[in-house]
Design a protein around this ligand. Sequence first.
Ligand SMILES: [Fe+2]
Length: 288
Amino acid sequence: MQHKTVQQHPRLGMEVLQGCNLMQLTEQQVHQFKQSLWEHGVVVVRQQRLTALQLKEFAKKTFGNSTLGHRSKSLDPEIDPNLQSSGVAILGNPKGHTQEIVEKFAWQWHHDKDHLPKTEGLDMNALYVVMLYGVEIPLEGVDGQPHTTEFLDMVEAYHNLGQEHQQQLESMSMYHLSPIFSTDGSDIPRKMHPIVSTHKVTGHKGLYLGSDTSIPVGMESRTEEAKQFWQELFQSVLERTPVYAHVWQPGDIVFWDNSQVMHTGIPYDAKKYRRVALRVGVVDNTYI
Ligand SMILES: [Fe+2]
């Protein structure tokens, strides 16, 4: 799909808390950090050295006690224990060059966890914050360019559409499937969400598209048409809205507000490079 990629974006990717240790923030710094996140959608804190447990503690202290995906696992002896804690996912190929990459499916555009909420009381406009901590970064992607994660500003995407298109979408909703479990598209969709959402804190309107397995309400039995609808809508977004690419440095923690941005991972050669990234997802329950 044709689109423009930028490494500097007017809204996304602002660097915050320069020179700070995340473990030693004042209450005021935490407050400002959260304001920046809601305002910018994606913020970056650089040069951190944390354990998995510390990252989780920061998430809890900052956003409340609702980390998703708490499954207690025994420690993997092949991986540094500092990188392991329940509720913290290790992405990449932490065991070495030839290992199959964890979460390869993330190499397509999506909102995280769009098939939620399974958790009671958690609606789809929830402030679901994802933090991704780059511990070890591949030197390059398969395209020979620096290793990046890409983001789309879905508030900007909504505003870049024509008025008629906006109005048409305002009345539509989609069913959302998890990209992990969908096979041939014939599964019964799990969750419904309006295509146009209003952000809980900023009040800005944005598009919520999930992934290309999302099916507009009314097209449940017409999977080809549903797929085409999604692809065309996403194409309109990409044509009008620049993609922001975050170029990773070891020690970066990228935080994004999943309710206002989409993202995609970029492939790298796992036979040549090792990537270790820690991910924590948390629903902010301090605002609700
Ligand atoms: Fe993701």
